[in-house]
Design a protein around this ligand. Structure first.
Ligand SMILES: [Zn+2]
Length: 173
């Protein structure tokens, strides 16, 4: 991997950490257009009470804003934009990425529950007529760090799991 890719995934991981610290599913991402970061997104579902505000959707909106501000054609911009995201995009986001015709997605760990790039469905590469364009994926980049954050989040989300274990241990003493 190139040094720039390293730096971008580092930034995406920092966004994921910020999500985690704010009680959100730890997913962070960047949209990079011709070596320029146009958007940095993280999951905002709990904060906005809107189940669709995944990191990728937040970033897509930022790119659209950027295009509007800079008087650029979104079709041309998205055609030269890569997404760097800590977790495999879900089915919804993969479909959105297809519709925006983003050609490349570099991601960290698999999304076993909702993944749209192979884990659950193959939205990224399937032949879907009328649903944008397929996109290329580069998977597994710094996956361990991304998985670790997800695990931390789901441990917090399910307070019964660790507590009951602790209680059981205490009882057996
Ligand atoms: Zn998503």
């Amino acid at each position: 991997m190139e040094a720039t890719t390293e730096a971008w995934m580092d930034r995406a991981l920092r966004m994921a950490k910020e999500a985690l610290e704010n009680g959100e599913v730890p997913v962070g991402c960047l949209m990079v257009y011709k070596n320029e970061i146009l958007a940095t997104g993280r999951n905002e579902v709990n904060e906005t009470k809107n189940a669709t505000r995944h990191a990728e959707m937040v970033a897509i909106d930022q790119v659209l804003d950027w295009c509007h501000q800079h008087d650029k054609d979104p079709d041309e911009v998205f055609a030269h934009t890569a997404l760097y995201v800590t977790v495999e995009p879900c089915i919804m986001c993969a479909a959105a990425l297809r519709m925006m015709k983003i050609p490349l997605v570099v991601y960290g760990c698999q999304n076993e529950r909702f993944g749209g790039c192979g884990s659950v469905l193959n939205i990224s590469s399937d032949d879907l007529i009328g649903t944008g364009e397929p996109f290329q994926c580069i998977a597994g980049y710094r996956a361990e760090e991304a998985v670790e954050m997800l695990k931390t989040f789901y441990r917090q989300e399910n307070p019964n799991a660790p507590k009951s274990k602790v209680r059981k241990k205490e009882c057996s003493k």
